[in-house]
Design a protein around this ligand. Structure first.
Ligand SMILES: Nc1ncnc2c1ncn2[C@@H]1O[C@H](COP(=O)(O)OP(=O)(O)OP(=O)(O)O)[C@@H](O)[C@H]1O
Ligand SMILES: [Mg+2]
Length: 351
């Protein structure tokens, strides 16, 4: 097992600064997701690790060794791309066997390895099928088996599920996670789907305009985003622009609310309150001092287990999630009072 390290890595394409001074360590056996909006530099970062690109500045290390003068093949990385990229004229079996044949593995060992990999991805019965005879999800399983066949030191996955429908994506997501856990292979998983990243990763690295904004466990980046970008990108959020006064006090217009103390110094900030952390109370008087927000319901959206309300609070539009087991949820146009616990209201630098 090999860890991956990027040390102050930058990459430009002409004037386009695709990756800016990125430093990142992925521990041996770790599953790390790179997540961020389109164009933020995820694929470029992955290509730098794989060796398809070389950095303008900085260095990439695999297993503690500098890769500066090591080619793609010698790096021994397994790669799965978004668009399957199987060889159309080879069967599933031969696709998986491809890398082993070029490495001149003896036929018997090769056969056993390929069969066990196809078994692992649930395609033992389709070994003789050609890619065109397989569904998208099955093709992506073959691509995964092919990437694992060479026993790579690191597995790199670039949006491997984005072309699949939601159901298949969900089940394959957990299969990838399971295979990764069992094989213990260091994995970097690229996705623009933050929900997917949160659900399968040990840690998530959030990229924005070529930089890494925050790296942390899923719960960390969700509960304690270090920037407004992360607060906005990860999950659904309410971000109320105002001013942090210090000592757990947040000023919004003429009022002061009691909020989480955090580590923030006083200044312009946004108050983050997740929709599931807002509660409805019967009257303003029943909310604790400094945590009452009066508003009017603008709309309701059915989300299966949740009912999401959009509420107008003095011109600020807030989202509130209720469990759908609620007996009498407020109707559109109803006047309601919201409250929150100060520790669920987190000031984040910026507006
Ligand atoms: N070969 C290239 N030549 C020129 N510009 C490039 C090249 N590859 C990437 N870029 C630019 O670098 C930036 C980062 O691209 P990259 O492909 O890494 O983004 P990404 O995060 O993978 O986005 P997406 O989610 O859309 O796949 C983009 O602005 C892109 O246009
Ligand atoms: Mg990409």
């Amino acid at each position: 097992m090999a860890g991956v390290e990027l040390r102050s890595v930058s990459k430009r394409f002409g004037k386009q600064h695709a990756v800016r001074n990125v430093s990142l360590e992925v521990a041996p056996g770790e599953f790390l997701s790179l997540v961020g909006p389109s164009g933020c530099g995820k694929t470029t970062t992955l290509r730098l690790v794989a060796g398809f690109l070389s950095p303008d500045e900085g260095e990439v290390f695999l297993g503690g060794e500098s890769m500066t003068s090591v080619g793609v093949r010698q790096r021994q990385v397994g790669i799965v791309f978004q668009n399957y990229a199987l060889f159309p004229n080879l069967t599933a079996f031969e696709n998986v066997a491809f890398g082993l044949r070029t490495r001149r593995m003896p036929e018997e060992t090769l056969r056993a390895r390929v069969e066990s990999l196809l078994e692992m991805v649930g395609l033992a019965a389709r070994a003789a099928a050609y890619p065109r005879e397989l569904s998208g999800g099955q093709q992506q399983r073959v691509a995964l088996a092919r990437a694992l066949a060479i026993q790579p030191r690191v597995l790199l996955l670039d949006e491997p599920l984005s072309a699949l429908d939601a159901k298949v994506r969900n089940s394959l997501r957990f299969e990838i996670k399971k295979i990764q856990r069992e094989s213990g292979i260091t994995t970097i998983y690229v996705t623009h789907d933050q929900e997917e990243a949160l659900s399968i990763s040990d840690r998530v690295a959030l990229m924005h305009e070529g930089r890494i904004e925050q790296v942390g466990a899923p719960g960390d980046v969700y509960l304690r985003p270090s920037s407004l970008f992360v607060a906005d990108f990860v999950g659904v959020n309410n971000l109320i622009p105002g001013e942090y006064l210090g000592e757990g006090r947040f000023k919004w217009r003429e009022r002061v609310f009691e909020v989480d103390r955090g580590e923030l110094s006083p200044g312009a900030c946004s108050l983050m309150i997740r929709p599931e952390r807002l509660r409805i109370v019967s009257a303003a008087g029943s909310a604790p001092e400094g945590t009452a927000l009066s508003g009017r319901v603008l709309g309701r959206v059915f989300l299966g287990p949740l009912l999401r309300l959009a509420v107008d609070v003095e011109g600020e539009r807030l989202l509130v999630d209720l469990l759908n087991t609620e007996i009498a949820p407020p109707a559109v146009d109803e006047e309601i009072v919201l409250t929150f616990s100060p520790r669920d209201a987190r000031p984040v630098r910026g507006r």
